[in-house]
Ligand binder design. Structure first.
Ligand SMILES: NC(=O)c1ccc[n+]([C@@H]2O[C@H](COP(=O)([O-])OP(=O)(O)OC[C@H]3O[C@@H](n4cnc5c(N)ncnc54)[C@H](O)[C@@H]3O)[C@@H](O)[C@H]2O)c1
Length: 446
């Protein structure tokens, strides 16, 4: 009989995973503790912006016209326990307040709420990013709380999707990693992922700690790569070099590669910053803190970028922000997402406002989330409106729409034609030809 799947926690990861599992042919029940999310998803509406996700949802959600009806949502753990053979845990694992460590209470709650409803053999599969050692602890808790006892097994299956490409990444993963303790669990997960495996996605079977570490080490590597090129940008600025040319030139070396070498205001979002911090905290608990001290430097290079952008903007407007208008293009931590968690763009906008400037922000998809997080910033309905009367324009999230702006038309709206490119994504000549002063991190002035 075909496996029935539940997805617990329907945020960026879970909503995508639930819709993708339905696309792969499974009957799926999504569960969240936020009733508004369940109501929206049940109507075929996605509570966040993720390209292609709403179409996928509408193709499967029960009740939508022409849908397969394979996908439903609930807030009842009892229903989930009765329904599912495989339960994916996709809840959030944020940074603890005032500490580097990961806050595991959402994962713990999810497991503790589900377990008492597992009366028959079931596989609980953790997808959330957790500190190494969590799966061992949760497996014991599951066996203790589930009426099915040892027949309620745990597996760990870290998720590598990128916001902005989440649907594609979930349907066609570049690898599937499963931490398991039994052949049965491995077989169940091979069945779940039969389609991508048949398409060629590598399937890597590990123990629990390795599966957990694969995710945190992958994120640490990516964060390190970004901070590496940002450190080179700092040196380029000091020495009069050009980090964009430098990145191009080192990127031709296949061992280095071109990706993730764009210098700018650094990484943010709901994953990289908190994941490298939680990794350091966990390594400390394990007595392996020395191994990860470099991540402290990676983090500090990254955070320094935001301050540096503020300094460049202050310099650009003549040394002080009082009485100046600054336009900020971009609020999300990356393009093609509405996610503003730990967004460098909003952080820079907030700092500049605190120093006395009047800051107006525009973002193609992140306005509602930005407003909720930084209600005191001003928001404009378009890029053109945001730059009206500005003494400096800051390009802080590399949306395609910003690359396609017309610098001539924009130039007629601003007080001063000054653009600071915090993402090294605009074409300097194009802007300079239209009479703008273009400045970017890690590049010569003109
Ligand atoms: N967003 C990404 O790009 C991404 C990529 C890979 C891994 N991850 C990891 O996936 C996990 C989820 O991330 P996210 O970005 O989807 O977070 P999110 O905050 O968007 O979603 C989490 C969801 O879980 C729900 N939730 C919390 N406690 C619950 C409970 N006890 N029962 C049911 N639902 C509960 C929340 O209401 C929310 O809807 C995190 O561990 C994250 O590090 C995220």
């Amino acid at each position: 009989m075909a496996l029935k799947i539940t997805v617990i926690g329907t945020g960026y990861l879970g909503a995508t995973h639930a819709a993708a599992m339905a696309e792969l042919g499974f009957e799926v029940l999504g569960l969240d503790i936020v009733p508004e999310k369940i109501a929206m998803l049940s109507e075929g509406r996605v509570p966040m912006y993720e390209p292609g996700l709403e179409d996928l949802l509408k193709r499967h959600v029960a009740g939508a016209p022409g849908a397969t009806g394979r996908l439903r949502f609930t807030s009842s753990y009892e229903e989930a326990g009765q329904f599912g053979d495989v339960h994916f845990i996709c809840v959030n694992t944020p940074q603890k307040h005032g500490e580097y460590a990961c806050d595991m209470r959402y994962v713990d709650n999810a497991v503790e709420s589900l377990a008492p409803h597992l009366h028959r053999p079931a596989l609980v599969v953790g997808k959330s990013t957790v500190p190494v050692g969590s799966a061992d602890r949760l497996a014991a808790r599951l066996a203790e709380l589930a009426p099915a006892g040892a027949d309620a097994e745990l597996a760990w299956n870290p998720e590598f999707l990128r916001e902005g490409f989440a649907v594609e990444d979930t349907l066609h993963p570049d690898r599937i990693v499963v931490g398991v303790t039994s052949d049965r669990s491995e077989k169940v997960l091979r069945d779940v992922y039969a389609t991508p495996i048949a398409e060629g996605s590598p399937f890597v079977v590990t123990d629990f700690p390795t599966a957990e570490l694969v995710k945190t080490s992958a994120n640490s590597f990516l964060a390190t790569k970004i901070s590496f090129i940002n450190a080179m940008a700092e040196v380029c600025e000091a020495a009069g070099g050009d980090v964009v040319k430098l990145a191009e030139a080192i990127g031709y070396d296949e061992r280095i590669g071109k990706k993730f070498l764009r210098a700018g205001i650094g990484f943010g979002g709901g994953c990289l910053p908190k994941d490298i911090r939680a990794f350091m905290a966990r390594a400390g608990e394990l007595g392996a803190d020395q191994a990860l001290t470099f991540l402290r430097e990676v983090d500090s290079i990254n955070m320094r970028r935001r301050g540096h952008m503020v300094e460049l903007a202050r310099e650009a407007v003549g040394g002080g922000f009082l009485g100046k208008r600054v336009a900020v293009l971009g609020a999300t931590f990356k393009p093609d997402s509405d996610d503003v968690r730990d967004s460098p763009a909003l952080n820079v906008a907030g700092q500049i406002q605190l120093q006395g400037a009047q800051v107006t922000v525009f973002d193609p998809k992140g306005m509602d989330n930005a407003r909720a997080l930084f209600p005191t910033l001003a928001y404009a309905p378009s890029a053109l409106e945001a730059v009206r009367g500005a003494h400096a324009v800051l390009h802080l999230t590399e949306w395609r729409e910003f690359r396609e702006l017309d610098p001539v038309g924009l130039g007629e709206m601003v007080a001063e034609r000054r653009i600071l490119d915090g993402r090294n994504a605009l074409d300097p000549d194009y802007w300079r030809d239209a009479g703008w002063t273009y400045r970017a991190l890690g590049r010569p002035m003109a």
